[in-house]
Design a protein around this ligand. Structure first.
Ligand SMILES: [Zn+2]
Length: 393
């Protein structure tokens, strides 16, 4: 759905719109037409999603969450459209359409055949593609949108999967953050990991963080979307997206990071002192606010076995989509390592409580492969930012 609030013509952090001020900014005279204003939005920033609830003849439905819930999951002030508008700093706008229910998509037996085929080859597309084609044949306009989310309303269905921009999500498990997670894959992200053997190990990123219950360890419940049906309460939202992945998506750019590199003799240079604002999402084009410190590790010697990588330091606080970030109210510095040779895959290393760093100046953020440290020199909560020095230590 396109709306003034969910468009490029309104500041991504706005919660309300004033037609009068938009009209003035666009140089329009009275009477103002919303349709006219909307036609001036930047459509190149729009990704359009379709959503369709699939039921199967002979299958037991969970209890249809309903088109109204799906509509609200996208349109809510803390919903999916708002999430991407804010995470991208207005660089990416998600519009959506919930397709009206058109009866069972196929029989449970036919689905089983497709499931088995996809399972045997470990290729979800073998089930998703035929489902897409049947939907199209039934007159559901799945070809008018960029991506489709098929909501699988079947008692035994669990979790979700994406392939070629199309997603299956089980009614049992669906909630805003797993919809956003699958959309994150569609935008080109892999998982936010802790190590190669801990695929989802970054609890502080949308693309990682699976806790013991299968939910994100730092998600919060959006009470407006809680519904007593299926396996969970369906309100799970957040957290935000780690800075290296915002960079990979192009939702921040080189103006938004401080940068340090090493010469051949091991001397560091660049933004040895600087300020980092809390990462609450991407930044509008042209913003010069910094939300990370990026350190290019010294070039590895061919015999060392190291691959070329970067450290990313970011400051995260329990606000906005990170409100469940449960360290201290003042937040923490997080350290990630990004491996160039692995399509910029982000690995979370650890965090350091900001209260320790800012009150005990002998405490520093250390790096596994460097004899340099980050020391906090100043701290402010309005706005949330820290100043640092990068020094030997
Ligand atoms: Zn995933």
């Amino acid at each position: 759905m396109a709306s003034l609030l969910n468009s490029s013509i309104v500041d991504p952090w706005s919660e309300t719109v004033s037609c009068k001020s938009i009209g003035a900014a666009l140089g329009l005279g009275f009477p103002l037409s919303v349709k006219d204003m909307l036609s001036r939005r930047d459509k190149t920033r729009v990704t359009k999603y379709g959503v369709y609830v699939c039921t199967y003849t002979g299958g037991t439905v969970v209890k249809n969450l309903g088109d109204a819930w799906l509509e609200r999951a996208f349109s809510d002030p803390l919903g999916i459209a708002s999430y991407f508008r804010k995470m991208s700093g207005g660089r990416r706008i998600v519009e959506w359409q919930v397709f009206p229910y058109q009866g069972d998509i196929m029989t449970r037996g036919e689905k089983k055949v497709l499931e088995d085929k996809a399972g045997a080859k470990n290729d979800a597309w073998l089930e998703i593609q035929p489902t897409y084609q049947i939907a199209l044949d039934k007159g559901i306009p799945v070809n008018t949108v960029d991506n489709v989310i098929f909501v699988i309303d079947l008692e035994e269905a669990r979790a979700g999967v994406s392939s070629n921009g199309y997603t299956f999500l089980a009614t049992n498990d669906i909630r805003p953050n797993n919809i956003c997670h699958e959309m994150g894959h569609n935008f080109g992200l892999r998982h936010a990991s802790q190590a190669e053997f801990n695929d989802y190990g970054d609890s502080y990123c949308l693309m990682g963080g699976l806790g013991p219950a299968g939910n994100n360890a730092t998600e919060f419940d959006n009470m407006r979307l809680n519904v007593a049906t299926g396996k969970n309460s369906h309100g799970g939202t957040g957290p935000g997206i780690c800075a290296p992945y915002l960079n990979k998506l192009g939702w921040i750019d080189s103006l938004n990071v401080n940068h340090i590199s090493f010469s051949k003799d091991g001397t560091a240079s660049g933004d040895m002192t600087g300020t980092i604002n809390a990462n609450q999402g991407g930044l509008p084009i042209g913003s010069t606010q910094r939300i990370a410190l990026v350190i290019d590790l010294p070039a590895p010697s061919p015999s060392s076995g190291y691959i070329k990588s970067q450290y990313w330091v970011e400051y995260r606080i329990p606000k906005g989509f990170d409100r469940q970030f449960n360290v201290v109210p003042q937040g923490a510095l997080l350290l990630h390592e990004v491996m160039d040779s692995q399509e910029s895959h982000s690995y979370y290393l650890y965090l350091t409580n900001i209260n320790i760093l800012r009150t005990d100046y002998s405490q520093k953020l250390r790096f596994p492969k460097l004899d340099y440290v980050v020391r906090i020199t100043d701290f402010s909560s309005v706005p949330d930012k820290i100043s640092y020095v990068f020094e030997k230590g």
